[in-house]
Design a binder for this molecule. Structure first.
Ligand SMILES: NC(=O)c1ccc[n+]([C@@H]2O[C@H](COP(=O)([O-])OP(=O)(O)OC[C@H]3O[C@@H](n4cnc5c(N)ncnc54)[C@H](O)[C@@H]3O)[C@@H](O)[C@H]2O)c1
Length: 285
């Protein structure tokens, strides 16, 4: 199938990044946020990010302008009716996502593929609230979406081969490397990554070392580009907790049981970069 127009639902970290990626790679993008002011703020953020890409000589000014011209920001979900592919990237909450899929199914054309950017939640449950479970899959980008090479294409047992092939082709057209994975909590990356992040919080909670030294150890000792606390702050502590809770709900493995400190920090609204403070303070910068 040919995908020309892509709808993105959700104006958070990931929604903005996926919208930018799709627009830069030639797709018409309809960005939907719950209010017009957040939709407009998202476009302003996108303008900034594209200007940075031009500064760094990763994008020409003509391409920046063309990408921006392809983006429309809306608050009405009905505006997604003409999209060939819709990727939702709203909060990591299964009930919210199921409700959204049900609405999208009623609004979108019959041929449209409905995809989720969920990090861990069961895609099949989103598929089953639609009348087109064969055309629902996961298209899981990584943060920041314009920079990270990987896309996990998640195949729920309900999806057909055409849907998975179209999702892979879409990822490749965005210059990403797709990997196909079964619809199981955490897919590949988060199933391996989150026990590590959770155990880093446990070391901090136990007073084994400072956050700075744990980050320095994993960068210097393992060659990781950033340490676990910098990464948790980038992902968002609320999203990280939701991911661990979904992993624990699926596997009941102690390594997935969120460390109390993480849960307390989320209760205190220390979400990381997006709220200005998490394990580190971003207000000073
Ligand atoms: N943060 C990451 O590193 C990362 C990476 C890959 C995938 N994801 C996934 O992407 C999705 C979004 O994560 P994010 O990091 O962009 O989160 P975010 O907190 O930055 O954004 C969440 C968005 O959801 C919207 N939202 C909240 N409640 C809603 C509701 N009831 N109905 C509709 N919209 C609602 C918010 O307004 C916001 O636009 C999640 O499924 C997450 O698991 C996140």
């Amino acid at each position: 199938m040919s995908i020309k127009r892509v709808g993105i639902v959700g104006s958070g970290i990931m929604g903005s990044g996926i919208a930018e990626t799709a627009a830069v790679h030639g797709y018409e993008v309809v960005l939907r946020s719950r209010s017009q002011s957040t939709a407009d703020a998202m476009v302003a953020g996108l303008e900034k990010s594209l200007a940075k890409a031009v500064e760094k000589e990763k994008l020409s000014d003509a391409d920046r302008q063309a990408a921006l011209a392809r983006v429309t920001a809306v608050s009405d979900l009905g505006e997604l009716a003409e999209c060939d592919l819709v990727i939702e990237s709203v909060v990591e909450d299964l009930e919210v996502k199921k409700h959204l899929f049900n609405e999208l199914d009623r609004i979108c054309a019959e041929h449209a593929i409905l995809a989720t950017n969920t990090s861990t939640l069961p895609v099949v449950e989103m598929a089953m609230v639609t009348g087109r479970p064969q055309r629902v899959c996961g298209i899981h980008f990584f943060n920041p979406a314009p920079m990270m090479a990987l896309v996990e294409v998640v195949r729920p047992i309900t999806a057909n081969d055409d849907t998975i092939a179209a999702a892979r082709a879409f990822a490749e057209s965005c210059e990403k490397t797709p990997v196909e994975v079964k619809d199981q909590a955490g897919f590949i990356v988060n199933a391996l990554l989150f026990p590590y992040l959770n155990n880093a919080v446990r070391l901090l909670e136990q007073g084994v070392a400072t956050r700075e030294d744990i980050d320095a150890a994993m960068k210097g000792g393992c060659g990781f580009p950033m340490g676990p606390f910098a990464l948790l702050d980038l992902v968002g502590l609320d999203t990280s907790l939701a991911i661990l809770d979904a992993l624990y709900a699926e596997f009941r493995e102690p390594n997935y049981a969120a460390v109390p400190l993480l849960r307390r920090m989320v209760a205190a609204e220390l979400f990381g970069r997006k709220s200005g403070k998490g394990f580190y303070d971003y207000h000073k910068k």
